[in-house]
Design a protein. Sequence first.
Length: 403
Amino acid sequence: MSLNISSINALEHRSKTYKIFDGGGLFLLVHPNGSKYWRLKYRYQGTEKIIALGTFGKNKNQVTLAEARQKAQDIKKQLKDGIDPSEKRKQDKIENINAFSNIALEWIDKKSNKWTTGHTEDVKHTLERDVFPYVGNEPINKITTQDLLSVLRKIEKRGSLEVLKKIRQRCNNIFIYAKVMGYISSNPAEGLELVLKSPVRKNFNSIELSELPELVNAIKTHALEPTTRTGLLLALYTFQRTNDIRGALWTEFDLKAGLWSIPASRHKMKRDQLVPLPKQAIEALKALHSITGQFPFVFASTHKPLKQPMSENAMLYALYRMGFRGRMTVHGFRHLASTALNEMGYDSRFIEKQLSHEDKNTIRGTYNKAKHFPERADMVQQWADFVDRADGSNIVPIGLKKT
């Protein structure tokens, strides 16, 4: 006799677990505590088996009578097609564990100890946005070159060639990792660079030194968020990388001593960097401290100041609004300072150290975060004074000996 909701709800509790059948091998397993579990008895190649179909109920993760009957019908169709439903379930579970998204996250976890937090989040975000929606749930060993090419073509079509290059490289590294770990036997990402468009390499836009007065005046007078204005000034005065500035913490600064210690965990080159601060930067940071000093981040987000800094494009978009689109990027500040200081006659070692460029000479390359610090402090102060004068016509050497 078939079950109905009333008969199921009326089932009595017994001291031992018992079965109540619905028909066609479908039954409820009723436990002494009253909980009820759907089961289906079936035969496959002469062997009797039982498969679980879930817990009876109408809540989100439970299975109603109608749903249990539909599941039973689906399983019987599998049997008709020669499939053992129990073995298929085991295989599906393995494939879910080995889904591309899971292996990708596993790879990120393995690599994250060598990456900055910001880079780790960027890698994860780009994959979640541009790859996971299309092949994230696919078993990694079933993804073909054409599958991956189809995903990457979507990025290529929208013209995001820099993003395309990064994601292609990241997918390639994920598949290399999967191959080494034994998840796959061949890499479907191999050779895709040959059929995809490549970005045209361009130098970061930078204005001429003669245009410096316009830039300085715009930063100091344009209507900007205090964090954005101070970030731009710090970039201009110290010519540090955008991400190092954006993610700066108040604990990294000793404003009395004029020091900024960027830890290796946040630094692109994965090493500590000691940055001298000119008095102009110190004054700007002191003013900002009255606004964001209660938060961890110097350049705290206006929306989530306790959790994150200002957006990665806040300073760049500010330059756009000030009329520098296509003329200047925040990274271009580094090029501007490097070019000007070299023209002014400063020792290239001091400039390169301030830029935190890696010394390719294996003997000199032994790293010392405080190397040439007094000379760099003097150079940065004189550069900041030069910036504040904003007179690009007076390019003269001022001070440091060439050694």
